[in-house]
Design a protein around this ligand. Sequence first.
Ligand code: HEM
Length: 373
Amino acid sequence: MFDLEYLIPLALALSVPARAFPAHASLAGLRTEEWNKALATLKYTPPPPPPGPLECSGTKLVNDADHPFMDPQPGDIRGPCSGLNTLASHGYINRTGITSCSEIITAAMEGFNMENNLARFTCYAAFLVDGNVITDKLSIGGKSDKTGPDPPGPATVAGLSTHNLFEGDTSMTRADAYFGGDNNFNETLFQEFVEYSNRYGGGKYNLTVAGEYRFKRIQDSIATNPTFSFVAPRLFSAYSESVNPINFWVDGRQDDGQLDPEVARSFFEKMRFPDDFHRAARPMNGENELEVLAAHPIEPGSNINGVNTYTPDPTSGKLADKCTLYENHVNRTVRSLYPDPTGDLLDALKINMHYFYTSVQHRGCKEIFPYGQ
Ligand code: HEM
């Protein structure tokens, strides 16, 4: 005798086609059987080599007729990075918010004059953990802005909003994920940014303000967020985002490192170049992040047992040592998310890891091959 109670769900399961894995969703952290299922629905697109430096690298009008601002359309993705949101709103990267490292690197150089190695370092570090290495697609955000857990299943594509990898705590204008809303502009935090610009920068956001405001945001998180974590790779993105507004949002004709908070609002909140905006006067490499750290040195670490229990983590990569940051990322973070890759997945990881390495090669760092050469 057949038992209908078992046969009906089985028949239904066999008649429903497997749900395709989103081509822009990361494969990091999946179990082997989940990988196999996902890989069966995805086409392998090996990534093209990273673009080289700009030929003409001075300032120029970037809010131009070829790159008009357009509001995101329903279904378009925006995320926690105000720089990439702006590049998407102006069509320097795909306006949908689904892009790739080669597109982002070209766009960050063209639109902001980000120095080539910095653009490579930032993008491949993020792509390896938040992007889909099989399809070569990266989502610049995507998590819904709400408190509580996201719905389960591969339909949830967090992209760059994935918490505690690149996106993390102590952002300048986004709340910590613990409080919800970490993807979105927060006016209260922006007013603190303005207040610090008035108090320490005579009304402008500059390196002095960046040092003080970074420290304040860290102290806030230590005191209020029991899950606060401040280790690599978040450590790198936090200091980088402190100086990005100074390096990239001051008009290249002004070129004095003094950012008007209303210009900052245009990027942070409206995701839009100001009218007539000219990119930086020369390729900017972000090394001034070390001055931000020097204002209030702090070891990487986290709250290990509730608020006010910040404890240094000596195993984390450190900001001043890019070779260790690179090694740490490849050997620890990526390896833990992809413990045992095979086939196309292994191939794609090796290629992207090598492209990541090219961003630190000029510093004399040694190439690491966690999956063999
Ligand atoms: C090159 C590839 C880039 C990647 C992968 C990237 C990624 C990210 C991510 C994941 C965050 C969220 C961190 C957090 O606050 O939790 C972020 C924040 C930020 N990014 Fe980017 N970014 C890139 C380029 C840029 C560029 C070119 C700019 C400026 C022109 C920029 C400016 C910022 C700023 C200012 C924030 C801080 C937002 C805030 O705290 O409110 N980024 N970025």
